[in-house]
Design a protein around this ligand. Structure first.
Ligand SMILES: NC(=O)c1ccc[n+]([C@@H]2O[C@H](COP(=O)([O-])OP(=O)(O)OC[C@H]3O[C@@H](n4cnc5c(N)ncnc54)[C@H](O)[C@@H]3O)[C@@H](O)[C@H]2O)c1
Length: 298
């Protein structure tokens, strides 16, 4: 299967590209620039140099439809993270909302039955998680994308899964509001001091689990517009610090600042139904693997 991966040059995208290839399929990357450094870091230079790569703007409808020609499925990740949406709301809407519409329009133009895309736990607000109630523009655009996916199911019969992870961590994460746990692992591996700029509790999911869920999802015969709280393990910033200090005695890691304004989703019927064998990597193991990765690449 040939799979178009929008945002394939980013952190999660690079892991998904690697996972798609390991699964025997062929990724085609769409990203705003032909910058393969993240894929080199995660998947190696042989894979990176052999990739079909389309450098274009996800907000350009015609270009996205053209890029999807010959592909059997779309994994849609391209997007701006919370700080970038706050800094430029109109650009945030173009990339995150129009970009999602374009992924679905491309799927429709080429007769694809489904799209798998990245939503976010950012659809939830700070006060409980029964119903989405975002307090960030990023969360608002993600929620609008989910509603749009439902409309594409209704109007055009395109099924979908929108995943809602909270903090995705692991090798290669270096941007966004919640990059702290990964940057702390990198600093500990390098013997550097680092203060995570977040406190409080959040759900943490290792990027390998996220990538595996995406590949499983594109292989599924879907018949509805699903959204899935992609739950890992709940931890506090303080627990992350202590786990890293256990793995690297003497690590100069701490945390300070405000909690992230999103409550952690805790259970999800869609996850249990669609992914009955879901067993995400534990936080201690995931952090240790991240530290080991950075030690090996020193
Ligand atoms: N990292 C997390 O913790 C997390 C959690 C929930 C959801 N997500 C979502 O996962 C997706 C990937 O996030 P990530 O952490 O890999 O971020 P990232 O910034 O590493 O990757 C995003 C990619 O999108 C590309 N992109 C941005 N604007 C574009 C444009 N106009 N046209 C084409 N490509 C463009 C970037 O170049 C980048 O390669 C995003 O949709 C993000 O909202 C991430």
């Amino acid at each position: 299967m040939k799979i178009l991966v929008t945002g394939g040059g980013g952190f999660i995208g690079a892991w998904i590209v690697r996972t798609i290839i390991c699964g025997g399929h062929t990724p085609v990357v769409l990203d705003r620039a032909d910058d393969r450094r993240k894929v080199v870091e995660i998947a190696g230079s042989d894979i990176a140099s052999g990739l079909e790569w389309i450098a274009t703007d996800i907000a350009d409808t015609d270009a996205v439809v053209t890029a999807a020609k010959g592909c059997h499925r779309i994994i849609h990740l391209a997007g701006l993270l919370t700080p970038a949406c706050k800094a430029d709301p109109v650009l945030g809407a173009r990339v995150n909302l129009i970009g999602t519409l374009n992924a679905f329009l491309a799927a429709r133009a080429h007769g694809m039955p489904s799209v798998v895309y990245m939503s976010s736990a950012g659809v939830f607000g700070p006060d409980g998680n029964a119903e989405p109630h975002p307090v960030t523009l990023y969360g608002a655009f993600k929620l609008a994308s989910e509603h749009s996916a439902r409309a594409f199911m209704e109007d055009s019969g395109i099924a979908s899964i929108g995943f809602r992870p909270y903090v995705v961590y692991g090798p290669g994460r270096d941007g966004g509001l919640s990059a702290g746990p990964t940057l702390a692992c990198r600093a500990a591996a390098r013997g550097e001091a680092y203060t995570m700029p977040i406190t409080g509790a959040f759900d943490m999911i290792h990027v390998k689990d996220v990538a595996a869920a995406f590949l499983d999802a594109v292989r599924m015969p879907l018949t509805d517009a699903h959204v899935v709280n992609l739950i890992g393990h709940r931890a506090t910033a303080e627990e992350v610090v202590s786990s890293i200090r256990n793995a690297v005695p003497g690590a100069r890691i701490d945390c300070a600042g405000e909690p992230i304004p999103i409550d952690s989703p805790r259970s999800d019927a869609a996850l249990e139904t669609l992914f009955p064998r879901w067993t995400p990597i534990g936080v201690d193991d995931g952090l240790r693997a991240t530290i080991d990765f950075y030690r090996e690449t020193l």
